[in-house]
Design a protein around this ligand. Structure first.
Ligand SMILES: Cc1ncc(COP(=O)(O)O)c(C=O)c1O
Length: 380
């Protein structure tokens, strides 16, 4: 393991850690190493990023969606068991926005049917459930270092594995199939990290995102997703390793992790307090989730589209995800076995939820300004 992987393994008490170009690549490695293939089924919440679904489809398996429970946006565990069939190969427990899933119930059902659980920790780093760190419950967990995630390496993915034979399978896969990123894309990512550090602050985020999407389409920057990833066909160079630039950035980020987590908790409490002062009902989550470490602070409003438009004009950093059960909205969901109406709570959340910044660059004044802005709208 390289330094980044070793440090990750220490924090998450993993048997073995593997680093990749993106988290979706880590998930692909995990699923393939579990032997997921044509005819198999993988269960996941119907409120996710389509990039999470792609690896399932690439392997010829079928995603089976479970609706969410409306408070934490995590899989509604009361609906899980009915989705299990003889074809179910893996259950993906996605800790949404930072709320850790109801792991006792998920593991009880999974163990009863002898199905491995993999944790999606892309939106949850440092959160605990009954005192135990998210990412330490399943046979494997995967993490993202993409720009919007709890910590950033520009792009990046980690598979933290706690099962010897799974680790051996992933190691074999990497040896045989993993491709190295090109010098050009590594250099571009490095340049983007420099620009990000210098210029991206809450007031400039909306503008930067628009520019970033435009430049991604033109091929002038390394985007989070290429256009071919909005269809379930795997690109030739998909199974890609993590570059040295990302690893070095990752080591720096892990050094600052405790501070990052403390900041997120403090800013979330400030949102709680200021929103309550404005008469908004408080967020609710199970007491087993102690002090969640949120990636963003989700709120429900009645006019999501108008709020997003006005936020962009006002320079307020308002997040839109998830815009649909398989974010982003352009996704032809039928290609991913999703039919409208399958997950009503997820569809409702997609219409109502916007998310507020908590990252290390969001200061107390960012929080105050964001609350002033969002409370001009009506809570849903
Ligand atoms: C819940 C979730 N899991 C996984 C991913 C994939 O992460 P990455 O962009 O690093 O592949 C994303 C978003 O991109 C996500 O929102």
């Amino acid at each position: 393991m390289n330094t980044y992987e070793t440090k990750f393994a220490e924090i998450f008490s993993a048997t073995k850690v593997f680093s990749f170009w993106k988290a979706r690549v880590a998930l692909y490695a995990i699923l393939k190493a579990f032997g997921v293939g044509a005819g198999d089924e993988v269960i996941l919440p119907g409120y996710t990023c389509v990039m999470d679904v792609n690896p399932i489809k690439y392997l010829g398996a079928t995603p089976i969606y479970v609706d969410i429970e409306p408070k934490t946006f995590n899989m509604d565990v009361s609906l899980l068991e009915e989705k299990i069939t003889s074809k179910t190969k893996v259950i993906l427990a996605q800790h949404t926005y930072g709320y850790v899933c109801d792991m006792d119930s998920i593991l009880e059902i999974a163990n009863k049917h002898n199905i491995p659980v993999v944790e999606d920790c892309c939106l949850c780093v440092g959160g605990k459930y009954k005192g135990k760190l998210a990412g330490t419950f399943g046979k494997a967990a995967y993490f993202s270092g993409q720009w919007n995630k709890p910590f950033t390496t520009g792009l990046g993915g980690i598979a933290a594995v706690r099962d010897e034979s799974l680790a051996e399978n992933i190691a074999r896969l990497c040896e045989n199939e993993l491709v190295e990123p090109s010098t050009k894309e590594t250099f571009m990512l490095f340049a983007q990290l420099v620009v990000y550090r210098a210029f991206i602050y809450p007031r400039t985020t909306a503008l930067a995102q628009t520019l970033f999407r435009f430049l991604t389409k033109k091929g002038a920057v390394v985007g989070s997703s290429s256009s071919c990833e909005f269809e379930p066909t795997m690109a030739e160079d998909f199974f890609k390793a993590m570059s040295k630039v990302q690893q070095n950035q990752g080591v720096r980020q892990l050094r600052k992790l405790d501070k990052n987590i403390a900041h997120r908790k403090q800013m979330a409490s400030l949102y709680d307090e200021l929103l309550a002062q404005k008469g908004w009902s408080p967020r609710e989550y199970d007491s087993n989730i102690q002090e969640p470490v949120m990636v963003r602070y989700p709120v429900r409003i009645t006019e999501k589209e108008r709020a997003l438009e006005e936020a962009a004009k006002a320079g307020v950093e308002l997040g839109s995800w998830f815009e649909c059960p398989l974010h982003p909205i352009e996704t032809p969901m039928k290609l991913y076995n999703y039919e409208i109406g399958m997950c009503p709570e997820a569809e409702k959340a997609s219409r109502e939820v916007v998310n507020l910044p908590l990252h290390p660059r969001a200061s107390k004044s960012t929080v105050k300004r964001t609350v002033e802005f969002i409370t001009k709208f009506q809570q849903a």
